[in-house]
Design a binder for this molecule. Structure first.
Ligand code: UDP
Ligand code: MG
Length: 309
């Protein structure tokens, strides 16, 4: 028999946990038709509300519901990783618990797996219900990523993806600590079918991503899948050397022709502050990469499990 593992990271989602189960179970007849079993692995990411209790309740009702519970909040990326590691299925799908990744798409997704695709990815084509500023910056991020990274990262791509065991094993072979799953999906490759859907608003509760958190997350993504910012630092350095050299020649010639009247200190101050700023900026970029490398070298686990059901 085939087994499908459903990975559902949850952080403070007490209301959505049972709703997700109800919605997912609507596919039961589809699974029966295929002769397929499933397991739902809720990954409790250190929730402070009753999320764990809700999952435990479901587990008692239905043995196909499992739980991996973290010792604290480690973030969604760690949740996905823990789910992939715990999954025993021949097929694995990652979904948000807030039903923004509609379970009703699964039959269509499986039809493409049957056609021979290794993974079926989803992207939302609208961002209805999202603050316009957030949509604007999200678009900018994807545009930038397309330019500076060789890994394909699609605009509007969700983490919602159905994959074969082989793809998930490839994902698990990537041991990095700074995980940016959208990039990892693209990096491992395989034949991927993209399906599109209209944005669905989250069922209950509020988004866990503030603008600031998203901004930091996007920087993580850039640093995990591109080293172009480092080249920019080097390029700016070269540019300033060229400018300085030209200025030097200009000053020598000017002094030879008109002598050397003292003055011009305001311009000197401007130049010094500008150059110092650029230097700090470039060192900052390098520092960011160094910090990431530092975290990788420490080789800490991405998450700590407190309890499993
Ligand atoms: N999530 C998580 N850990 C976190 C933040 C979020 O496991 O630290 C989960 C959350 O419960 C949800 C999914 O990640 O299932 C997506 O989060 P959310 O809906 O808040 O993000 P959005 O859809 O607004 O991007
Ligand atoms: Mg959501």
């Amino acid at each position: 028999m085939n087994l499908l593992s459903v990975i559902v990271p949850c952080y403070n989602e007490e209301e959505n946990v049972p709703l997700f189960y109800e919605e997912f179970i609507k596919n039961q007849s589809f699974f029966d038709g295929r002769g397929m079993e499933f397991e739902i692995i809720y990954v409790d990411d250190g929730s402070k509300d009753r999320t764990k209790e809700e999952i435990r309740k479901l587990h008692e009702q239905d043995g196909r519901v499992r739980m991996v519970s973290f010792s604290r909040n480690f973030g969604k990326e760690a949740g996905l990783l823990a789910g992939f590691e715990a999954a025993g299925g021949d097929y694995i799908v990652a979904m948000d618990v807030d039903l923004q990744d509609p379970p009703s798409l699964l039959p269509e997704m499986f039809s493409y797996i049957d056609e021979g695709y290794d993974s079926v990815a989803t992207r939302r084509v609208t961002r209805k219900g999202e603050p316009p500023v957030r949509s604007f910056f999200a678009r900018c991020f994807y545009k930038l990523m397309r330019r500076i990274s060789r890994t394909e990262i699609v605009d509007g791509a969700r983490d919602y993806r159905l994959m074969t065991r082989q793809v998930v094993d490839a994902i698990l072979s990537m041991k990095e600590y700074n995980r940016f799953t959208k990039g990892i999906y693209g990096w491992v490759g395989f034949d991927t079918k993209w399906i599109e859907f209209e944005n669905v608003e989250r069922r209950k509760g509020e988004t866990k991503w503030s603008f600031w958190k998203l901004l930091l997350y996007s920087l993580d993504g850039i640093m995990a899948f591109s080293t172009v910012p480092l080249s920019i630092a080097a390029f700016v350095g070269i540019l300033f050397c060229v400018i300085a050299f030209a200025a030097l020649i200009f000053i020598i010639i000017r002094t030879l022709i008109w002598g050397d009247p003292v003055g011009g200190w305001p311009s000197l101050v401007c130049i010094i502050t500008l150059v110092a700023g650029v230097q700090l900026f470039c060192i900052g970029i390098i520092g960011q990469y160094l910090a990431k490398a530092y975290m990788e070298v420490k080789d800490r686990p991405a998450y700590i499990v407190k309890e499993e059901l």
